[in-house]
Design a protein around this ligand. Structure first.
Ligand SMILES: NC(=O)c1ccc[n+]([C@@H]2O[C@H](COP(=O)([O-])OP(=O)(O)OC[C@H]3O[C@@H](n4cnc5c(N)ncnc54)[C@H](O)[C@@H]3O)[C@@H](O)[C@H]2O)c1
Length: 383
């Protein structure tokens, strides 16, 4: 079976879904790989690197897709110009993030095109699937990158310096939401020598925060909301008020605030009001990693850097594209490991009973097969 890898069309995207190491793994498993010329350039992979690892490099996307049985993507295919669903051969497997619960038009097109779509963002977060989990690998990149972004805007050092010109106190940082991205942000801030405080509504992360050398903010009264599968759920109004009081006390002495708080399927919770921004020291920096889902800070503007009351507020979009070499390497490992779930002795077999493939498969054989997606599209139960 032929696997196609295409150049990504999303503006600002620099990642690629498969790197030469991944090509070698697929070729070893009996598959062939076709890569559109230039697909890996911005991730540091030349056409020759692909050829040397055993892939065929094609002049166009159409050529890579001709006769392909699997297509690997970093971003969901676009429906407008260029229409990236139409050229996918019927019956092919598409491995891509799809946000299926909020993309009914795309899901319908994939079903109508008889494409078997595997949503990389629906891979269950179980121990066995950790190596296939793009949400984790890319959140790791985003968490790291957010700190560098903050450091680049902060008019101060992060570490403590004892010099002949005097002693410089270390910067203070606050991280809100200590999931995958938040923990990586804490670790990176600590490596750079900042003093870090953090808060999350899941009490289980307190120990993880402390093991990274950060202080976990303690609320006087309960502010916890652990939902299904280790995710957070929405706080009650009273709890949210308490959380804002807790954060309001900490932001006033924080040079850097990195926010990562998300609730699956919902708008991100507001954790920093404009009033709190006003209370911060001029020159402080907020990096809002939730900007694409509404933002954790009231003044965040998605994709922009704004000055508010002397504070720089950054709402980055697609941060993993800032570190395209390693982000692609991690993505490639995730996707090849997932793809191998379907390969048995060189044959590709779809097993919807597989505990990773089953929950990730959105469309197959002309139908929407994922129950949560069916529900979101008002299609009723498929069983
Ligand atoms: N394969 C695995 O076992 C696996 C892999 C990755 C993640 N996980 C788990 O999945 C869970 C979610 O991780 P994620 O990073 O994707 O989360 P996420 O991106 O959905 O959310 C980021 C963080 O924001 C926190 N949050 C939500 N509302 C908040 C609020 N009001 N105030 C403060 N913090 C708030 C969440 O608790 C979470 O830690 C974690 O338990 C993580 O350990 C498991």
């Amino acid at each position: 079976m032929k696997v196609a890898v295409l150049k990504e069309s999303r503006p600002g995207e620099r990642r690629v879904a498969l790197v030469p190491q991944g090509v070698q793994a697929l070729v070893k498993a009996g598959l062939t790989v076709a890569v559109e010329s230039g697909a890996g350039l911005s991730a540091g992979v030349s056409d020759d690197d692909y050829r040397n690892s055993g892939a065929e490099v094609t002049v166009s996307a159409a050529e890579a897709l001709a006769g392909a049985g699997m297509i690997l993507r970093v971003n969901a295919p676009s429906l407008s110009e260029p229409d990236e669903v139409a050229p996918i051969p019927p019956g092919a497997f598409l491995f891509s993030p799809l946000s299926p619960l909020t993309s009914p038009d795309l899901v319908k097109r994939l079903a109508d095109g008889r494409i078997t779509s595997i949503a990389l963002d629906l891979v269950p977060r179980i121990t066995r699937a950790q190596s296939m989990d793009i949400l984790s690998s890319q959140a790791t990149v985003a968490g790291y990158s957010s700190v560098l972004l903050a450091a680049g805007h902060l008019p101060k050092f992060l570490p403590m310096f004892t010099t002949a010109a005097g002693t410089i106190r270390p910067a203070k940082a606050l991280v809100l939401g200590a999931g995958v991205a938040g923990l990586q942000a804490i670790a990176t801030l600590r490596r750079l020598g900042a003093v870090v405080e953090a808060f999350d509504v899941r009490p289980a992360v307190k120990e993880q925060v402390q093991s990274l050398g950060a202080t976990f903010l303690e609320a006087e009264h309960d502010v916890s909301a652990e939902g299904e599968g280790g995710y957070a759920k929405e706080l009650s109004e009273e709890q949210h008020k308490r959380e804002l009081e807790l954060i309001g006390g900490a932001v006033t002495h924080s040079d850097i605030v990195i926010t990562t708080a998300q609730i699956p399927g919902r708008k991100a919770p507001v954790l920093i009001t404009e009033e709190m921004v006003r209370s911060m020291q001029p020159g402080s920096v907020i990096v809002d990693l939730a900007s694409e889902t509404g933002g954790n800070c009231e003044v965040t503007r998605m994709g922009e850097t704004v000055e508010s009351h002397g504070v720089t507020v950054i709402g980055p979009v697609n941060l993993p594209a800032n570190v395209p070499v390693h982000a692609s390497q991690m993505l490639s490992k995730n996707v090849t490991t997932l793809l191998m779930e379907l390969v048995d002795d060189g044959n590709v077999v779809l097993d919807l009973e597989n505990d990773v493939i089953g929950p990730s498969c959105v469309t197959h054989d002309g139908k929407v097969v994922n129950e949560r997606t069916r529900e979101a599209m008002g299609l009723g139960s498929g069983s």
